[in-house]
Design a protein around this ligand. Structure first.
Ligand code: PEP
Ligand code: MG
Length: 919
């Protein structure tokens, strides 16, 4: 007999020879292998089914096939790992043991649902199959077992339809052809004189099934499979294949979900909500996902199955009514509601089925919510000690906070508006636009620069492109958890659904409510907060939060503002980066300060000359043929600049103001057409030919890479001198005001690539500063720094930082120059790049972290190496983008600067980055 030691060794050797296959299948139910932390492997749905089973909620048993299988499936040319088959067979046995039923059995058949489940939920984007395991024989067994022939054949009919569509690909062949299954069903209903599916008798359903099976045979040449194992194999493959379907791909692109994640597949014992009037199915949220109120919120349908509620075909009842219809189940659900929130620490969106009076939980996930709801839920759940302040801050998608700043209808305009109908408020805010009836038209109109409201009977995932393009979405059918409502809320779109008083007729392209008939292209306005629909266009007004911020409404009057303010306070408590704004006028600056800006991170001085006839002086300066002429023009510009800076310093009340010296790509300022050249000639008192000659002389092939930035100040030092004088004289004026206001100018030299360029300009600034301080008898606390916006500056930042007191990354130009892509023209090919996943996000909106980001890091490291105290910021558009803000935090920047409206987003995103980095 071998010793224990030898046996162990032998075992070790054996296991080396035949490595244990990876675990591809995880059971849940009485035997549960997974938990909520395993989302990457089991997908969100699978992990939470396991977790619900663990905490004793009534989950029908089943198993999850992991996302690893999906990944391997695609990697190996759509071939499954060898060990999968056996693991599925074992998991089926566990289900059979747990349920006492048998898969494919002709007496007591086990039926499954098969659903997708990615790491992040992608509602309605992938395929689902219910009642799997039914065939011509098992359906009879189900009939006997349930004692309900209508029910058994109703289930079989639905299954054949779903299977034929999803697995065997029997679908409409043209855009105009109706769905072939729906069409066949419609014909039978017409023949037998019923209008709703549930009125079809057993015999009627048998007839429909016969026609469905013939349809499948005619279209595919193959028969609907009677072998249940074959059915399961087909369904699992269909779910994995649906990961790459067009709508899932589009959804992933929009929400930045990587294709490599793959989806899991959940196979679960069927429970039936369509077993008669003691059965029901529904979806619910633990709180109202539209406004965040702490009320039980949801809807259900009696005697219905699975997708009926979300598909929006029948309008369901509100959950409160279940207290009358099925009081015991309502009570149980109320307990589940509390338990879910307490356990998951967030609002849950869950699906349930009541089978003959017994409650089952089919899914739970963190509920998608509007920005408004996200804020209220985060604040109230923190106060109820269901989450911490840090969690509250990280729970709100930073971009969504801006939806609290969205317009509402102008109160006067709305009084005069013509109310035509009301529907269910599903996504708050006000939208006004042209009526379109399909996604393609929505995209077309938006491309022409029009706002549109997409009006549909109900939406399906095929409408996604149109929903993205539209300002508002209106449906005549479906409840608040219908596809339209869920997706619109997530996108922050204004949405009304289930507006049953309106009739939409696609054929005549009209939308009717009573006597009001609107045609395609007419204007319509919708209020997604109240559900009101108005004919015509209605002017919009700023949001409550904006009104409080602008001092037009008292804070005590707006609960929304109080919630918003609380989140902003918590954000400020946890963030470590500063938030400044890009502003060029006192109005913009004040608005930004009201939203929490702590300084100006970029004042583009050339923008100060866009207004009124100032552009003529600016043009005079640019076109000046001699130093004397330029100096004369600059003399006229000086008082404007001084006044502007004075205004900015006063508006910012001692906060730092970063003033970027002139950086006008010349083409933006030169007169383009004959009329403006004539006007300018008149203003200058010269002939139009002289102006034309000068414009020609200044013409550049690549103005973005041309005579701009510090190159201008180096060629014409008198420009830098004038600007420096304007800054310091304005500072002196403000410092001398009776009302004590501190002034902190930070002069920023643009487009520097060589230390000598910066030295050249800094010398002028210091000289003028000394002159003005002496002349005015004041001491001005100022800094001089530079933008890092060409790769050379990042690469040589150690040298440049010997002169610069601060760096601000100009990531607009840095992206342009690093990628060699024009920031003005890249749109033409970027969408293709996005489609092909070459550059998943527009790099001018979200920082290209690998490329441009590496240069930013190099710039930071180099700068700190020679100037450890150097201040580091960003002022490109990326300073208002949450993903880029996170990058900035991790790269060690001291502040971000963004447009005024993005300031709250940036405060929140900066806090989230800090909290995540600490975790
Ligand atoms: C930049 O390039 O990122 C920047 C902020 O400057 P501008 O957009 O004015 O070129
Ligand atoms: Mg720039």
């Amino acid at each position: 007999m071998p010793s224990k030691k030898t046996a162990k060794k032998a075992k070790k050797v054996a296991s080396k020879r035949a490595p244990k296959a990876a675990k591809y299948v995880y059971s849940f139910g009485k035997k549960t292998d997974g938990n909520a932390k395993m989302k990457n492997l089991l997908g969100g749905k699978g992990a939470n089914l396991a977790e619900m089973a663990r905490i004793g909620l009534p989950v029908p048993g089943g198993f999850t096939i992991t996302t690893d299988v999906c990944v391997e499936y695609y990697k190996n040319g759509r071939v499954y790992p060898a060990a999968l088959k056996g693991q599925i067979a074992t998991a089926i046995k566990i289900c059979e043991k747990e349920s006492g039923k048998k898969f494919g059995d002709q007496k007591n058949p086990l039926l499954f649902s098969v659903r997708s489940g990615a790491r992040e939920s992608m509602p309605g984007m992938m395929d689902t199959i219910l009642n799997l395991g039914l065939n011509d024989k098992t359906v009879e067994a189900l009939k006997v077992k349930s004692g309900n022939g209508r029910f058994a054949y109703d289930c079989y009919r639905r299954f054949v339809q779903m299977y034929g569509d999803v697995v065997m690909g029997v679908q409409s062949r043209t855009e105009n052809e109706p769905d072939p299954f729906e069409h066949a069903l419609h014909l039978v209903k017409k023949e037998v004189g019923v209008t709703i599916d549930s009125d079809l008798t057993e015999e009627n359903n048998k007839e429909v099934i016969k026609r469905f099976q013939k349809l499948i045979k005619d279209r595919t040449g193959g028969a609907f499979p009677q072998d249940v194992q074959k059915q399961l194999d087909g369904a699992v493959s269909a779910v994995f294949n649906s990961w790459e379907n067009e709508r899932a791909t589009l959804y992933r692109q929009k929400y930045g979900i990587p294709a490599e994640w793959g989806t899991a597949v959940n196979v679960q014992l069927m429970v039936f909500g369509n077993l008669g009037d003691t059965s029901a199915t529904g979806v619910a949220f633990t709180r109202d996902p539209a406004n965040g109120e702490n009320v039980f919120y949801g809807e259900y349908l009696i005697n219905a199955q699975g997708e009926d509620v979300v598909a929006g075909v029948r309008t369901p009842f509100p959950i409160a009514q279940l207290a009358d219809d099925m009081p015991k189940s309502h009570k149980e659900l109320s307990v589940v509601r509390k338990k879910l929130e307490k356990h998951f620490g967030d609002v849950q969106d869950f699906e349930f089925t009541i089978e003959d009076g017994k409650l089952y939980m089919l899914q739970t996930r963190n509920g998608k919510r509007t920005g408004l709801a996200a804020v209220r839920i985060a604040v109230e759940m923190t106060k109820q000690r269901l989450m911490t302040q840090q969690t509250a801050v990280t729970k709100i998608p930073a971009d969504q906070i801006s939806s609290l700043l969205v317009p509402i209808f102008d109160t006067n305009a709305i009084k005069k508006a013509k109310l035509m109908a009301t529907g269910l408020p599903a996504g708050p805010g006000a939208a006004s636009g042209k009526i379109v009836f399909n996604a393609a038209d929505a995209e077309k109109e938006v491309a022409l620069g029009n706002s549109v409201v997409l009006c549909r009977e109900e939406t399906s995932p095929e409408d996604l492109r149109g929903m993205i393009a539209s300002d508002g979405i209106l449906t005549s059918r479906g409840g608040v958890s219908s596809h339209a409502a869920l997706v619109a809320r997530q996108m922050g779109k204004v949405c009304i659904c289930g507006a049953s008083d309106i009739h939409i007729d696609y054929a005549s392209a009209t939308l009717t409510a009573g006597k009001i008939v609107l045609k395609e292209g007419d204007s319509i306005s919708i209020d997604g907060t109240t559900g009101e629909i108005f004919a015509g266009s209605v002017a919009t007004a700023p949001s409550e939060v904006s009104q409080v911020l602008a001092g037009k409404m008292k804070a005590e009057k707006s609960y929304t503002f109080q919630m918003f303010n609380q989140i902003m306070k918590w954000s400020d408590k946890y963030r470590t980066m500063g938030v400044r704004t890009n502003a060029d006028s006192p109005e913009q600056s004040k608005s930004a300060v009201s939203m929490g800006a702590e300084g100006i991170g970029l004042c583009r001085t050339e923008h100060m000359f866009f207004e009124g006839d100032r552009i003529s002086y600016m043009r005079e300066m640019i076109l000046a043929p001699s130093v004397a002429a330029r100096k004369a023009a600059l003399k006229k510009l000086l008082p404007f600049q001084r006044k502007d800076f004075n205004g900015l310093f006063k508006a910012m009340e001692g906060r730092p103001v970063t003033i970027r010296f002139l950086d006008p790509p010349l083409h933006e300022f030169l007169p383009h057409d004959d009329a403006s050249r004539r006007d300018l000639a008149e203003h200058l008192g010269v002939s139009p030919e002289i102006v034309s000659d000068r414009v020609r002389a200044l013409h550049e092939e690549n103005p973005m890479l041309g005579h701009r930035g510090c190159r201008l100040g180096i060629s014409y030092p008198e420009i830098t001198e004038m600007q420096a004088r304007a800054v310091f004289e304005a500072a002196a004026q403000v410092l001398k005001l009776k009302r004590k206001i501190k002034v902190k100018p930070e002069i920023m030299i643009p487009l520097v690539g060589f230390k000598d360029e910066l030295d050249n300009q800094v010398a002028i600034v210091h000289r003028v500063a000394a002159e003005v301080q002496k002349a005015k008898g004041v001491k001005i606390d100022y800094l001089v720094g530079t933008m890092l916006e060409v790769p050379r500056a990042c690469v040589t930042s150690a040298e440049i930082a010997k002169t610069a007191q601060f760096f601000s990354f100009g990531t607009n130009d840095l992206t342009q120059t690093t990628l060699g892509m024009s920031r003005d023209d890249a749109g033409s090919f970027l969408s293709k790049y996005k489609d092909l996943d070459i550059i998943p996000q527009n790099p001018f909106a979200t920082l290209d972290q690998e490329g441009v980001g590496s240069l930013v890091k190099q710039g930071v490291d180099g700068g700190k190496s020679t100037n450890p105290d150097i201040k580091l910021g960003i002022c490109g558009e990326h300073g208002g983008d949450p993903a880029s803000i996170k990058f900035c935090h991790n790269a060690g920047l001291s502040y971000v600067s963004c447009s005024p409206n993005r300031v709250p987003v940036a405060r929140l995103a900066a806090a989230q980055a800090a909290i995540e980095a600490e975790a």
